[in-house]
Unconditional design. Structure first.
Length: 418
């Protein structure tokens, strides 16, 4: 397995370009199943999750070809209906093929999903929604079998605003008979991006970005030619790195309107964030970093995918902070590794009390999930001495060549084979 070796204590200076959002690209890839013909998805990051979903789509007989930094996805000969355990187990987003397969072909058999071990994250809301639309759902032997000759529009009230659940049901409803109303829908920018792409394909969707979506089903959709939004989590991670490492970094392709809650907290902590226009943002570390309390919640609240990175920022500095995780119940696995580096963090239920320390120290640590690995990278950049982070395959699921981008900003970071 690969590991990262980081020599800490260097200031970050310069500019960096933000890639396309992984969490937008994956549902957009699945949406290609909805149309007969070849879709063109532009600016696709080279990530492990993208490669995993590409293999799954190819297993379903959807042809995937690289094209000048993007993907061509041809769904005119899709014959497969099963997403097997071997392909689904490593990535929860694989379940996004469920809605499109049932809506267009009338059936799907999908293994229960895997991915980062940060909580149960069940797909029961996806299934309840499809059942409300007239589908027959059977769970057995670790698989979900769903059948429906034609889905019917209906009213669906989600217990919680699930992102992948909203995306799955929105795609399914686009080809359903009649109008579907999804209440308590997720409002994340990636959900809005999928809605915009579906509309470009001929779908009729109203209310994207609000808690209520209305979808009028149509008979068929056309292939798309679409460019996804920039990755707000990659942008936020690099902004936190600049704030933590005496930085002066300009990000190109970053949308502050997708990071409002995070930017508020970053400024409260002492960082300076300046919108330069044309999706350019300058972040400097500011005079003094202070403790700031945060509480994760669905968009437009503080994103759970930035919780670990913000904790790394709070670990080195003055004052105390309380970080409360309200989205996933098992997302503090990075705490013990940060403490190995000299942080002073105590977990109390769904909250972590972070007492800022003057200095972190390099250590050998292990990544446990995608965003936890990013937090360890940030801590390593700020620490005294050498940090070795093992199991960085987690990092590769969501960040394209992060060590290359950091090295271009002056960091000393190297990928090695252990």
């Amino acid at each position: 397995m690969d590991a990262l070796v980081i020599e800490g204590g260097r200031a970050l200076r310069g500019s960096v370009r933000i890639g396309a959002a992984k969490n937008a690209v994956l549902p957009l890839m699945a949406a290609a199943l909805l149309a007969d013909g070849e879709s063109h998805l532009r600016s696709v990051p080279n990530l492990a999750d993208v490669r995993t979903l590409s293999r799954l789509l190819e297993h379903l007989d959807l042809r995937v070809r690289p094209d000048n930094g993007g993907l061509l996805l041809a769904a005119d000969a899709v014959g497969g209906r099963e997403a097997p355990y071997e392909l689904v187990k490593t990535m929860r987003a694989s379940v996004l093929v469920l809605g499109p397969l049932v809506a267009r072909f009338g059936s799907a058999r999908v293994s229960l999903p895997g991915g980062c071990a940060i909580g149960a994250r069940p797909i029961n809301l996806h299934l309840k929604g499809l059942e409300a639309m007239g589908a027959e759902v059977v769970l057995e032997h670790g698989y979900v079998d769903v059948r429906a000759p034609r889905l019917r529009g209906t009213r669906i009230v989600l217990d919680i605003p699930t992102v992948t659940g909203t995306e799955n049901l929105m795609m399914a409803a686009s080809l359903a008979d009649g109008t579907t109303v999804i209440e308590n829908a997720a409002r994340e920018p990636e959900v809005q991006d999928l809605a915009a792409c579906l509309v470009a394909m001929g779908a009729r969707i109203r209310g994207a970005g609000s808690a209520v979506l209305e979808i009028d089903g149509v008979e068929s959709l056309a292939p798309y030619d679409y460019t996804p939004i920039p990755d707000r989590i990659e942008a936020g991670t690099l902004m936190a790195a600049a704030a933590l490492c005496d930085g002066d970094v300009t990000l190109h392709g970053a949308r502050l309107d997708h990071l409002d809650a995070f930017v508020v907290k970053l400024r409260e902590a002492g960082a300076e964030v300046v919108d330069l226009g044309e999706q350019r943002v300058r972040v400097t570390s500011g005079e003094r970093r202070t403790g700031v309390d945060v509480r994760t919640s669905p968009h437009p609240g503080f994103p759970t995918d930035m919780q670990a990175q913000f904790m790394a920022l709070m670990a080195k500095g003055t004052g105390n902070s309380v970080i409360t995780e309200k989205v996933f119940e098992n997302r503090f696995m990075h705490v013990s590794e940060l403490n190995r580096m000299g942080a002073d963090i105590t977990v109390e239920g769904s909250s972590a009390v972070v007492r800022g320390v003057p200095q972190l120290s390099g250590a050998r640590v292990m990544a446990t999930d995608l965003r936890a690995s990013a937090a360890l990278v940030l801590a390593g950049l700020a620490a005294e001495g050498t940090t070795v982070i093992s199991r960085v395959y987690h990092l590769d699921r969501g960040y394209e060549a992060l060590e290359v981008k950091l090295a271009a900003l002056g960091a000393r970071v190297e990928r090695i084979r252990e």
